[in-house]
Structure formats: C-alpha cells, structure tokens
Design a protein around this ligand. Structure first.
Ligand SMILES: [Fe+2]
Ligand SMILES: [Fe+2]
Length: 723
C-alpha cells in the first residue's frame, strides 16, 4: 500500500509538472502583455505612417526634395487675397449724394423773394424807390426791364423761373474741386431721395453753373432777349451746390466690398507637387505646407480612432475564435498565437522603419509557417486574414499584400510537401515558380511595361528563401524552448533512425511490432474520421515507449522462459504494468516529444481495468477483497480524438493478435466487443468523438484486418499479462 501511495504522489507530481496551475495564469498575463505591446507598436507605426517629415521647410531656403501633397486639402492664398481686396478697395468708388432738398429750399427762397418783390411792385412807392428795393434782393446789375416790370409780368415769369431751376437741380451742381481731386478715381453719384444713380457726365460744375443757366434760359425764352436777361438776373442768385461727397457712404461702400469678397480656395490633390526640388521656399509654398500640416493633424486623430477601433475589433474576433475550442485546453495555442503575433508586429515595424529594403523582402510567409506548425491550420488562416488586414492600413500598394496573401495561401493549401523539416529542393523550386508566375501577373496588372513587371520578380527568391529559413528556424527554436510537437518534429519522430525507436526495437521487439500495427491502425482510423493522421501514426509508434524500462513483464516480449508474473501477486503485477504509462510520459518529457504525444502516452489506457489480473486476484482468497479500482490504470481518460483512437487500436491489436487463425467473423465480433466495453466503461466520455466517429473507427479497424490478414505477424502463445 505504501508503494501505491508513493506511486500516486509520483503521478501527481508528474501531472502537476505537465500542467502546472500557475503556468496558465502566467501565460494569460503574458498574452495580455503581448497584446498590449503589439497594440502599442501598431499604433506607433500607424502614427509614424500618418505624419510626415515636412516641418523642416524654412522660408527662403532651397527645397531639397520634391514635396508632394500627402493629402487632399483646400488652400487659400491669404497674401494674394489681401492684395486683391486692396486692389478692389483702391478701385472702390467715392460716393456722392445729390440732395434734392437743397434745390427745393432754393426754390422756396425764390418764391418768398418773388412775393417780396411783388409787394414792392404793387406798393404806392415811386419807380426809383421800387427799383432800389428789387436791387437789394436780386443784385445791383439790373437789366433794363427792371424799371418797367409789373407784378403781372413777374407772375408769368415766376413759373419759368421754377422750371429752369428745376432743370438745373435735377442735373446736379457740384463743387469744382471734384474735378481736380478725382479725374481718374471712380465715383458713384446717387440721388438722396430715391438712391438712383446719377450720370457723372451730366453734372454741372459750380463755376460753369451760370453759363449753363444761360443756355437753359435761352431754350425756354428763345428770342425774348429782355426776359431772358431778366430771368438770368434773378436766377443766378439761386444756384447752389447740391451734390457733395459723403464720407459715411464711401466708408460703408468699402466695407461692403471687403465683406462681399469671396476668397478663392484651391483644392490641392494628394500627390500633387507643392514644392519642386531646387525651388526657393516662398510664402506661398510655406503657406501650403502649413495648411497641409494642419489638415493632416486634424485627419490624424480621426484616423487613429478608426485604426484603434479596427484593431480592437480584429483582436476581439481573433480571441473569440481562439477561445471557442475551450479556454484552458487552448491557452497554449492562444499564447503561441500572441507570441507569434507580437514577433510579427515587432519584425514588421523594424523592417518597415529601419531596413530601407523593398517590402517584397519582408518574410511575411515565415510567420504563417510559424502559426501553421506551432499552432494549427486554423490559426495560420486566421493570422493570414488578420495580418493582411492590419497591414493594408500601412501599405496601400496592393502588390505586397497580394504576394503575402498568395504565397501563404499556396503554402497552406498544399502543406503536405512542406511537412519535412527541410523541404526538398524540387518542392522549393516548384513553389518558387508558382509564386513568381502569380506575382508576374499581379505586377502586370499595375506595370507600364512587361519589363517593369519582370523587374518586380527579382525579390521573390529573396522573399521565399528568407521566409522559409526564418520560419523553419523559429519553429525549431520554439519547439526546443516549449517542448511542443509540431508537424515538422512528428515527421522526424517517424523516422526509423530515431534513437528512441531503435531502442524500442532492440529492447522490446514485441512491443515495437505491436506499436507498428497500432500506428497503422490509428493512421487509418484518423484518416477515416478526419483527425490528425500524422499525430495518430506517431502516437501509435510511441504509446508504449515506457515499456523499454521492463520489457520482460509484457507478454509481447516474452519469447522464451517463464512468465515473470507467475511469481508475483496480482496487485504487484498490475503496479508494474501501470508503471509503463508513467515511464512513457517521463521519457516523452525527457526526449522532448511534446505535449500532444505525451498526452497520448498518458491516456492510452484511460482508466480501464486490467481484467486478467483482477480475475486472477479474485481467485486468491486472501486478497480477493481488494477493490476493483486498484486494478485500473490511473488515467486520465483519452481527451482527444487521436488519444481515443490509440486507446482503441491498442486493445484491438492485443486481442486480434490471438485470433490470427480464427475465422474473420470472430475477429469482427471481438473488435465490436472491445468498442462496446470501452463505451460501457465510459472510457471515451472525455474526448470529442461522436458515436458516428466511433463507428467509423471500428469500420476502419475491421477493414484494416480484412486487408492485411495474409501478412499478419505471428506472436507467441499468450500465457498471462496484457499486451
Ligand atoms: Fe500500453
Ligand atoms: Fe500498447
């Protein structure tokens, strides 16, 4: 019993070494760290990509390189705009007002004076006295008519007076200085009452007003010399300027010009050269660059937000997908994905910012190779989608993305050829030819000539070589560091030259032959249910590797001599048998077989009962009360489909080996019973094999034996012990 307890402690230690609990939370923290770091790097890269080194342009300096517009932007030349406004203001008219009130008040004065004169004329005063009174009102240089003028005549004339004055004031009288001051400056004359424009040419200058008065009177009083003279004599007293400069309106007019000016905005398109190499930076260039920077800054925050959100959504989708299969089982996958993703971001950043090489040389495929070998096909496809989406934010040229996408997809579509640690030269060459051809067509779709398209292909061999070398090197280093089994290492494990296999072959040849058949059976079954064929095959080969420690205790190796178990208590025998599982797991760890193989080794018997010794023990009266559970393997039960297949194949091989000469239907019946027992004993409840899968596996086994009955290997007669 003591030994049993020791055994259990040892197993517990082993288990905790295989899946240490704190390791999971450590992984989780690392995942978060990698995620955070890669988000930060992506953001920094995005920021770098969306800011431009155009700050160093100084006025009056020579432009060193052509400066293209990095973005569409609107631009207003403010200096030019100011000049245009100034020019318009210089040409702004002086506004003059024609005030009708002035004419009206002069007319009123005239009417009042006429009334006064009439009073004088109708008074009883003498002629001389009358003349004197009129001269006081209308001036001394009186015409002859004045002495004979009667009130009636004056009445008749007064109508003409008013008409003439009206005609003159309608035209407008302006100060002579107007002509001197503004011969070229544009003017605008408006009637104060109705704001209508007045013709500049029709204005009468003040010093020409009397002359004009003459001509108007002549028109009214043609041939009436005396009356005309008299009219002139009267009316020259009522000529006043009625057009004057309005400062207020002129200022208002200028203001409206300033306000009405619509600045001309020019749209500068992305890629348009703002400043040419060799040009001197003037205000216009500096202004444009300033404006462009302003626009870029505005756009940057918008883009950063968009980019960050895209990143979050992408990450969220990836993590959801990775979590789907079960959190703890796949925390390793998630962890590896995080690490590879981080490497990818870091490598791309370094390459993009510092290498100065064409993006064609960036070994994108290396990371897909890593994701495929270190995780699985799903992860590789996910990475491919994730990264090409992510990079499309930095690399607008679709040719790079196309190369990355195609090379990865072709690699993943035919991974069979690339499963060996070092792919053969012909595989590489064929791959190269396919990639080059596809890239040639991609180049052709953007090139200006066939020669240009060919020039792009120079990089392809560099890309392929860098990718393969980098990818495979990293896969190798990861395997060493993390004790995981990848497709690549599974292949090398299948090699007959592998020292572990050679040891099994020489120390336990029976077990070796058993393992070969289990391997074939498992491979067939995995193929039938779409499982991992390679893993099942290699798992079959190595599942009993722990038997090299004490090979003689296992029936398949007992060619000669007595049965070792004859002298042992059944419980002791069981302990030795069970021990090959733990030994196998330890060896797997020591030789770096990886977790998937280790799981298969640990689970290949599940918690099944070692019936032979259990029944033998029941016959022993002294010990027959020992509970059944001590005759069971320690488990765990198969947790994957491949483990379950090997669990079944192992039992099937052990039983059918004894039925070599029996009719085939006996073999079929035994196989069916093994499956029924396994299901009844609930050994398959921890793996995700469906009942349909279980049936398919059974069919595959039956077919295997039907086909290979004639080449079966002969075993010695069973004398005790299982397998
Ligand atoms: Fe075994
Ligand atoms: Fe076995």
């Amino acid at each position: 019993m003591k030994k049993k307890i020791q055994n259990e402690t040892r197993l517990h230690r082993l288990k905790s070494r295989l899946i240490p609990e704190e390791e999971s939370s450590r992984r989780l923290r690392l995942i978060l760290l990698f995620t955070l770091l890669s988000v930060l790097i992506s953001l920094a890269l995005f920021y770098q990509e969306n800011t431009y080194p155009v700050d160093d342009v100084a006025l009056r300096e020579v432009v060193k390189e052509d400066i293209p517009a990095r973005i569409d932007f609107q631009w207003v030349d403010h200096d030019q705009m100011q000049a245009k406004i100034r020019e318009r203001l210089d040409n702004a008219p002086k506004v003059y007002l024609l005030d009708d009130n002035i004419g009206d008040s002069e007319k009123k004065r005239l009417i009042a004076d006429i009334a006064k004169v009439k009073k004088v004329l109708t008074s009883g005063a003498g002629a001389e006295e009358k003349e004197q009174a009129v001269k006081e009102i209308w001036g001394k240089e009186s015409p002859d008519l004045l002495s004979r003028m009667t009130a009636d005549q004056l009445n008749t004339l007064s109508l003409i007076f008013l008409n003439v004055l009206d005609a003159i004031y309608q035209k407008g009288i302006i100060n002579d200085r107007f002509f001197l001051e503004s011969p070229t400056i544009p003017v605008e004359i408006r009637r104060k009452n109705d704001n209508l424009l007045v013709e500049k040419d029709s204005l009468i200058f003040r010093n020409q007003a009397e002359e004009y008065l003459h001509s108007v009177i002549r028109r009214y009083l043609e041939g009436e010399r005396m009356y005309a003279d008299f009219t002139f004599y009267v009316l020259k007293n009522y000529l006043r300027e009625n057009v004057y400069f309005s400062e207020e309106l002129t200022v208002r007019r200028a203001e409206s010009i300033r306000l009405d000016y619509v600045p001309e905005t020019v749209t500068i398109r992305k890629g348009e050269i703002i400043a040419q190499k060799g040009e001197i930076v003037d205000e216009t260039i500096a202004g444009k660059i300033e404006k462009m920077k302003e626009k870029l800054n505005n756009v940057l925050s918008l883009r950063l937000t968009g980019f960050l959100m895209t990143l979050l959504f992408l990450m969220g989708a990836v993590f959801l997908l990775l979590r789907q299969e079960g959190y703890w089982v796949n925390i390793q996958k998630v962890f590896f994905w995080s690490v590879i993703h981080f490497f990818f971001i870091a490598a791309f950043t370094g390459f993009y910012l510092f290498s100065g090489l064409s993006l064609y040389a960036f070994p994108f495929l290396a990371f897909i190779i890593m994701a495929y070998f270190l995780i699985d096909l799903k992860a590789a496809l996910l990475s491919l989608a994730f990264w090409t989406l992510l990079l499309s934010a930095f690399v607008p040229d679709f040719r790079f993305g196309a190369l990355w996408f195609l090379s990865s997809l072709i690699f993943l579509a035919e991974p069979g050829r690339f499963r060996l640690r070092i792919p053969t030269l012909s595989t590489l060459l064929k791959y190269l030819v396919v990639i080059m051809t596809s890239l040639f067509f991609i180049e052709l779709s953007t090139a200006h000539s066939g020669r240009e398209a060919l020039a792009g292909l120079i990089w392809v061999p560099v890309y392929v070589l860098l990718s393969f070398a980098g990818g495979y090197l990293f896969v190798y280093l990861f395997e060493r560091a993390h004790n995981i089994t990848t497709e690549v290492s599974l292949n090398s494990l299948q090699d007959w030259e592998n020292p572990l296999l050679r040891q099994l072959m020489s120390v336990a040849p029976g077990t070796y032959r058993h393992s070969l058949i289990v391997s074939e059976l498992a491979g067939e079954a995995a193929k039938a249910i779409g499982g991992d064929v390679l893993l099942a095959q290699v798992g079959g080969l190595y599942h009993d590797i722990g038997k090299v420690k004490r090979p003689d205790y296992f029936i398949e190796n007992q060619m000669y001599g007595p049965n070792r178990h004859d002298s042992l208590l059944p419980l002791m025998s069981v302990r030795i048998l069970k021990n090959h599982v733990d030994e196998g797991a330890l060896m797997a760890r020591k030789h770096g077989l990886g977790r998937r193989l280790m799981a298969i080794i640990r689970e290949h018997h599940g918690t099944s009962l070692i019936k032979y010794f259990y029944l033998k023990n029941l016959k022993d009266d002294k010990h027959k009360n020992i509970e059944e559970k001590y005759f069971r393997y320690d488990g765990p039960k198969p947790s994957t489909r491949e483990s379950a297949i090997i669990f079944l194949a192992d039992k099937v091989e052990a039983v059918t080996r004894l039925l070599f000469n029996s009719p085939f239907h006996h073999v079929q019946e035994r196989i069916s019973r093994i499956f029924e027992d396994a299901l009844f004993d609930k050994q398959l409840e921890d793996c995700d094999l469906t009942l349909r899968d279980v049936n398919t596996v059974k069919e595959a086994f039956v077919e295997y034996f039907r086909g290979s009955r004639h080449k079966r290997i002969e075993y010695p007669k069973e004398t005790g012990g299982k397998e």
